[in-house]
Design a protein around this ligand. Structure first.
Ligand code: FAD
Length: 697
């Protein structure tokens, strides 16, 4: 798998490199203007100039060549030279030799010509035509600035991509540093701790991060918001800087207003498409950024969401400005306002597709708003993927005639690799896997044995497709490895797939079922908690699955760390979810286990607390309860710990570095984060916080 990810990295770097080209060529304004100029007059030869110049027609005789040389006089020296060279080459191919050089034809044209004002477009000319220099110089200047703007739009787009690359590099370096630094690091410098306390750990404002803010969305961490803010500033500033409108009676844009608006429109269009590869990269499961930066899926998701919103904003600017330009240009040329708009927008397929693309992106953005995403996750996901595919296809056809396809190719590369690696993951785990499904209280166990052993690390998760129920749905669950090399997933019953599974198993006599599943994983990185002297594991409800994988791993390796586990559950029956694993944990006594049954059910309220005793775990068999009777184990009932106090006590009492790991309900995770943030400077060693969020919807 690492190998495949490495291949995907190489391909992505390759495609990114093709995007971030060292130098982006500027389109040649001179050839645009002067080739267009040849259309203003007719000769007896009646050459076809409309679609592509027929050089075997225009090169013989000197009328076209001398008129062209006269026109080139409006261009700057560099473009004049390259444009003339290209003309000579094309003529040479058409077997016409122009070896006398530019100056010769220019002087010949100057010596004997007809001024443009005097020609009648329908009557053929028999001499070269002298352009209206005032108008053509202005047209050239306007076109030159337009091309400069297009070139810089790509540079700016690539600067934003380079910004991501820089962040990636910083995170990669940090990751390497963390991996190679000696175990049990000493307390960092005070300014580093301060920086982490104020910028890395806390939510942007208040203490909510995983929990929603008034049901309208989640609040990113402060450092994520800073990145998003810088991104926003770049998007806005780059759209408006480095644009020079030109003077004069030119016929490309007519007014400065139209010219400026068109420049913004061009810039916005290119900036928008240049963000597509990174946007799709952040949205994918096999996001190599996660592997090489250590960013969580949550972090990538934050960037995916905000980059998507900004791209939409930029593309809206693109469409509004183009609508304005096409809506107004017609007033200045012979076509008329309404007719010009109809011709350029309504009757023009690529532009019509542009409108469809922006509408589709609007659907994506509205459909991804928090309330819809949170309440109808599967519907959101299906609509999101289908509209994203449609948007991409439509935008491709909108853009393809103008170039800039490198961004689309890079996006296809990123996306295809994601899909390929997903298929490979399912294939490795075994597409014919039969899972044994059992019901335990309000949870189901899905036990599988992948075809190839995963060597899953603690904290990793996999997506499960239950082929019997909506095979296209895949849900993430933490991997818990059993002693005998099986993997189990404990899924708590919610309203969707988990309920269907639970209902179908619960209806069986022995509460056991078998069904075909696909497993896609393992995903996620493992927190490097083995590097800390004290590890505080905090689980709420079903969050115990992720926490257990860390605890079991440490127990199996015979850890010498000080490990304390807190698990808060609502009722006694929830203890059954992971009873075997809890028993295994208590065997060695290496881990201090504190379970709080907060007692919402009446029967739980009447049960007493116990410490290191096996007497009142009434839901468990005698054997199971006996296994839980190690001295470092306690179950307290009808109470819940004050998390902030627990965290503060552990940090203050610890002799060295402390890792706090949480997994559980959003409010609990936010409380843990707030407590670590306010106590991060109270430890004798380094204090770190690791969060496993079970929700990214
Ligand atoms: C990394 C990770 C590990 C997880 N590990 C476990 C675990 O070990 N045990 C466990 O019980 N739960 C775990 N969850 C949560 C679990 O994925 C959801 O509870 C499950 O997908 C809900 O399915 P449903 O159709 O019954 O949900 P619904 O009732 O339809 O929705 C309940 C909530 O689940 C979330 N959800 C629904 N579908 C998905 C999906 N495909 N992907 C992500 N979130 C979704 C949404 O936030 C939704 O609000 C984990 C989640 C994540 C992100």
């Amino acid at each position: 798998m690492r190998f495949l990810l490495l291949v995907s990295l190489v391909v992505t770097i390759w495609s990114t490199a093709s995007v971030v080209q060292a130098a982006i060529p500027r389109k040649n304004a001179c050839s645009n203007i002067c080739q267009g100029y040849l259309e203003v007059f007719k000769t007896d030869a009646d050459c076809d100039l409309e679609d592509e110049i027929d050089y075997s027609c225009v090169c013989p005789g000197n009328i076209y060549t001398e008129s062209y040389a006269l026109c080139l006089d409006v261009c700057n020296a560099e473009e004049k030279a390259t444009t003339w060279k290209a003309w000579v080459k094309k003529c040479k191919k058409a077997k016409v030799d122009l070896s006398e050089g530019y100056e010769y034809y220019y002087q010949a044209g100057l010596a004997d010509n007809i001024p443009q004002k005097q020609i009648n477009k329908t009557a053929p000319v028999d001499k070269p035509v002298l352009p209206n220099y005032t108008k053509y110089r202005a047209n050239y200047a306007a076109r030159y600035e337009k091309n400069h703007n297009l070139q810089w739009a790509q540079y700016f787009g690539n600067i934003i991509n380079a910004f991501w690359a820089l962040l990636m590099l910083i995170s990669f370096t940090r990751l390497i540093f963390v991996r190679i630094s000696p175990r049990k690091g000493s307390k960092p410098y005070a300014f580093v701790t301060k920086f982490r306390k104020h910028f890395i750990l806390p939510s942007t404002f208040g203490s909510r991060h995983i929990a929603s803010f008034k049901g309208i969305g989640t609040i990113p961490l402060r450092w994520q918001s800073i990145v998003v803010f810088v991104l926003f500033c770049m998007c806005v500033i780059f759209m408006f800087v480095d644009m020079k409108t030109t003077e004069g009676p030119e016929t490309l844009f007519y007014t400065k207003n139209i010219q400026f608006t068109r420049f913004i429109g061009d810039k916005a269009g290119i900036l928008g498409v240049s963000q597509l590869p990174v946007l799709f990269l952040f949205g994918g499961r096999n996001n190599i950024l996660m592997l090489f930066t250590g960013w969580s899926f949550d972090t990538c998701n934050v960037f995916h969401k905000w980059l998507g919103r900004f791209t939409f904003m930029i593309l809206c600017v693109h469409s509004w400005t183009y609508a304005y330009v096409y809506g107004n240009l017609g007033a200045y040329n012979d076509t008329g306002k309404a007719e010009y708009y109809r011709l350029k927008i309504l009757d023009d397929l690529p532009n019509r597709l542009g409108i469809v693309a922006i509408v589709l992106m609007g659907v994506i953005i509205i459909g991804a708003c928090y309330p819809l995403r949170h309440h109808w996750y599967e519907i959101f996901l299906t609509v999101h993927v289908l509209t994203a595919i449609s948007f991409f296809g439509v935008a491709w056809h909108h853009v393809k005639e103008n170039g800039y396809m490198q961004y689309f190719y890079a996006t296809v590369a990123v996306w295809s690799f994601d899909i390929l690696i997903r298929i490979v993951r399912v294939a490795i785990a075994g597409p014919w896997n039969q899972a044994k499904i059992t019901a335990h209280g309000d949870a189901v166990y899905v036990a599988v044995k992948p075809a190839l052993r995963w060597n899953a690390k603690p904290g990793q998760y996999a997506f499960i497709y239950v082929l019997r129920h909506n095979f296209w749905e895949s849900h993430p669950f933490s991997i818990v490895e059993t002693r005998d090399g099986h993997y189990i997933f404990v899924a708590k019953k919610h309203a969707g797939l988990t309920r269907k599974l639970h209902t179908s198993v619960a209806s069986k006599d022995n509460q056991v079922d078998k069904c075909r599943v696909w497993i896609e994983g393992p995903y996620g990185d493992s927190f490097p908690i083995q590097r800390y002297e004290t590890v505080l594991l905090i689980a709420g409800g079903i969050g115990i699955t992720a926490i257990l994988s860390y605890a079991l791993d440490m127990k199996r390796k015979g850890t010498d760390q000080h490990v304390i586990l807190y698990w808060m559950v609502r009722d006694n029956s929830s203890l059954k979810w992971v009873k075997d694993q809890l028993s295994e944990l208590t065997e060695s006594g290496l881990i201090e286990i504190n379970i709080y049954v907060t007692g919402e059910k009446e029967e739980d309220k009447n049960m007493s607390s116990e410490e290191g005793s096996s007497t009142s775990l009434s839901e468990l068999s005698d054997k199971e309860a006996a296994a839980l009777s190690a001295p470092r184990y306690s179950v307290k009932r009808n109470e819940r710990p004050v998390i902030s106090e627990v965290i503060e006590q552990v940090i203050v009492a610890a002799e060295g570095s402390v890792a706090v790991v949480s997994c559980g309900p959003a409010a609990m995770a936010d409380e843990c984060r707030a407590a670590v943030t306010s106590n991060v400077d109270k430890g004798k060693g380094r204090v770190d916080y690791f969060e496993d969020a079970f929700s990214w919807a």
